[in-house]
Write a protein that binds this ligand. Structure first.
Ligand SMILES: Cc1ncc(COP(=O)(O)O)c(C=O)c1O
Length: 415
């Protein structure tokens, strides 16, 4: 047992004394309190803030919340979610682009709950779950908590294109060692890079998984769609969905959908896991095993946001208001990302291929040293394994324009 535990069991995990992001974010808050918000750049936050640093909350959604009656939130919801929610969330996730297949939705506490349930039900203890080298760090925590770990493929090749070959090699390798495989792809507007898989990238993914499935082993493809409505036009960014119908019978796709960002309901902890299966039997099994896992982890999910989403999808006018309001903020976010990438090009600062979304990543050799150097300049960013992550979601367009030159200067100073 590693030093540092008193009564708790380590159980193979590496639990840091302080969450790194919260540590940096606390120092950023202290700097803002001392020097004022204009003098400090806090690019650590994973939520959309307006130009004054206040959390964006969609007013149209907030209004529905204020109309709720006690029964709407005080009562338990069924384990897999309210029926109207299960229907509404499919429309929210798929829009006009529902894949063909057998579809079931199970409510979860945010996208995080979907990730947990997919890993627990579609992999075995000790298995490795495949995702890209650039990835959201909590994937490791979620997998580790239930005795699995993360293996990675290279997201980009030398030409800065999606590395389908590396994806294929890793999928084959893992399937040699284990009886099943869970793959996590976070797209569009990937955290932490902002990359969105193109339709051609998707063709590669489908080809790799179709070939890997030939051995007959079970494969679960989890599409982490946490940022699907912040990449750009809702229709354009859902065009990949029908491609999922081409996967063979022993591959199940599960879309992890979250209301946190899309409906600015982060704290209401609501999302859904939605399966696209090739047979009714596989879809029924999905519902059964995922509801069972829910019962044994968080039990039922909070009713409140399920009722909110159901009301929104029951009222076309309200839905239109929500979509229009979200578009206004999405345009603000897209303008920030564009400002950052334009200025990065001007400053000669390399960034990881970026399309849209909450985050941009800057590759570097020593992310911890760069982040420390930047703190000296009142810039707070998150160091990752292969670079640093900038949350354009939490910085004004003006700050996004100024930041690349500051990062470039800090890198030069470290040389
Ligand atoms: C890549 C990614 N996936 C999933 C989530 C899940 O968020 P939530 O559990 O709030 O829906 C997040 C949240 O930051 C994320 O960045």
């Amino acid at each position: 047992m590693t030093e540092g535990y008193i009564l708790a069991r380590e159980n193979g995990r590496n639990i840091p004394k302080e969450d790194r992001i919260f540590g940096i974010s606390n120092r950023a808050k202290a700097a803002i309190a001392e020097k004022g918000a204009d003098s400090v750049m806090n690019g650590t936050i994973g939520a959309l803030l307006d130009d004054d640093g206040k959390l964006v909350v969609l007013e149209s959604v907030d209004e529905v919340f204020h109309q709720l009656q006690p029964g709407d939130y005080a009562e338990y919801a069924p384990i897999g979610g309210l029926k109207p929610f299960r229907e509404a969330v499919q429309k929210a996730a798929f829009g006009e682009h529902a894949p063909e297949g057998f579809i079931e939705a199970v409510s979860t506490p945010g996208g995080t709950g979907s990730l947990r349930n997919v890993i627990s039900n579609y992999s075995s203890p000790g298995d490795r779950v495949l995702t890209s080298d650039w990835h959201w760090a909590p994937y490791n925590t979620i997998a580790g908590e239930i005795g699995r770990s993360i293996a990675t493929f290279r997201l980009f090749d030398e030409d800065r294109k999606f590395d389908g070959a590396s994806f294929g090699e890793m999928a084959d390798q893992l399937l040699q060692d284990q009886d099943s495989l869970v793959v996590i792809l976070n797209t569009p507007a990937h955290n932490p890079t902002g990359y969105s898989l193109t339709l051609e990238d998707w063709d590669q993914v489908i080809a790799v998984l179709t070939r890997a499935a030939e051995g007959g082993k079970a494969i679960a493809l989890l599409v982490d769609a946490a940022y699907i409505d912040f990449a750009g036009d809702e229709d354009e960014y859902r065009q990949f969905l029908p491609k999922l119908s081409a996967l063979p019978e022993n591959v199940i796709t599960i879309v992890a959908y979250s209301l946190s960002k899309t409906f600015t309901l982060y704290g209401a902890r609501c999302g859904a896991m939605i399966c696209v299966a090739r047979s009714q039997a596989v879809a029924d099994e999905f519902k059964r095993v995922c509801e069972y896992s829910s019962r044994g982890s968080w039990s039922n999910t909070a009713r409140l946001a399920q009722v909110i989403l159901s009301r929104i999808y029951d009222d076309p006018q309200l839905l239109q208001m929500v979509n229009e309001e979200r578009k206004k903020y999405r345009d603000m976010l897209i303008a920030r990302g564009r400002a950052f990438s334009e200025e990065a090009a001007k400053a000669g600062l390399e960034i990881v291929p970026f399309d849209a979304g909450f985050f941009v990543s800057v590759p570097c050799d020593d992310p911890d040293a760069l982040s420390k150097k930047l703190e000296e300049k009142d810039v707070y960013l998150v160091p990752l394994k292969m670079g640093i992550r900038v949350s354009v979601a939490s910085l004004s367009e003006d700050k996004c324009r100024r930041l690349p030159a500051i990062i470039k200067a800090a890198m030069e100073e470290l040389k």
